[in-house]
Design a protein around this ligand. Structure first.
Ligand code: GRF
Length: 194
């Protein structure tokens, strides 16, 4: 099973997923694709000895290079982990229910275009929310609107700063995203095995 992780942030989720699979001796190869040549995730790919590909935002939107890369790797599952660009229809149509994303809030609240990274946690604190959390969902043509797979929450306590919320949410991400990827990979392998 080949799993391609699209990431353009610090890459901590990408690293956690790959390390989790390796620690558990799970059969999977990984690749990392990014649309940001400066992303820290490239350093992590090199340290993890995982092949990576850099595509420009324009090339990603045109999808051709990405589709060729995924076919070359025979990718069966695509995991967005801090990848902010909308996924073009050519990809969502070909990899239906095989592209997932993690959003650092309890969708449908605090989702959609522009709601990413620290802005999410600032909005949650500003809104006086009692809780926040993560939403792992299938990806379709619209930001953050695919069917949810898993949601986990954490308390937002009085006096919590956006940084405090970010830390609690990231702990949930690192705890649950690898497990969801493992479960989905298992389901896909069984389906192919049939
Ligand atoms: C995470 O907060 C994730 O929920 C969001 O982007 C961030 C990625 O962080 N999609 P990292 O690059 O994996 O550290």
């Amino acid at each position: 099973m080949h799993i391609s992780i699209f990431a353009s942030g610090s890459g901590s989720n990408a690293q956690r997923i790959i390390e989790y699979f390796r620690e558990k001796g799970l059969q999977a190869e990984f690749s990392i694709l990014t649309n940001n040549a400066q992303a820290y995730v490239i350093e992590r790919a090199k340290q993890l000895e995982v092949p990576f590909k850099i595509v420009s935002r324009k090339a990603f939107k045109e999808a051709k290079d990405v589709l060729e890369f995924l076919e070359e790797k025979n990718a069966q599952l695509i995991v967005l982990a801090g990848f902010l660009q909308l996924v073009p229809e050519a990809l969502t149509q070909k990899y239906t229910r095989r592209i997932i994303n993690i959003h650092p809030a309890l969708l449908p609240k605090f989702g959609g275009k522009g709601m990413y990274g620290h802005f999410v946690h600032e909005a949650v604190v500003a809104a006086g929310e009692q809780e926040s959390g993560i939403t792992i969902h299938y990806v379709n043509e619209r930001y953050d609107e695919g069917e949810a797979i898993l949601q986990k929450s954490c308390p937002v306590e009085t006096g919590d700063t956006p940084d405090d919320v970010a830390r609690k949410v990231q702990q949930l991400e690192h705890q649950y995203f690898p497990k969801v990827v493992e479960e989905l990979a298992k389901q896909l392998s069984e389906k192919q095995g049939r």
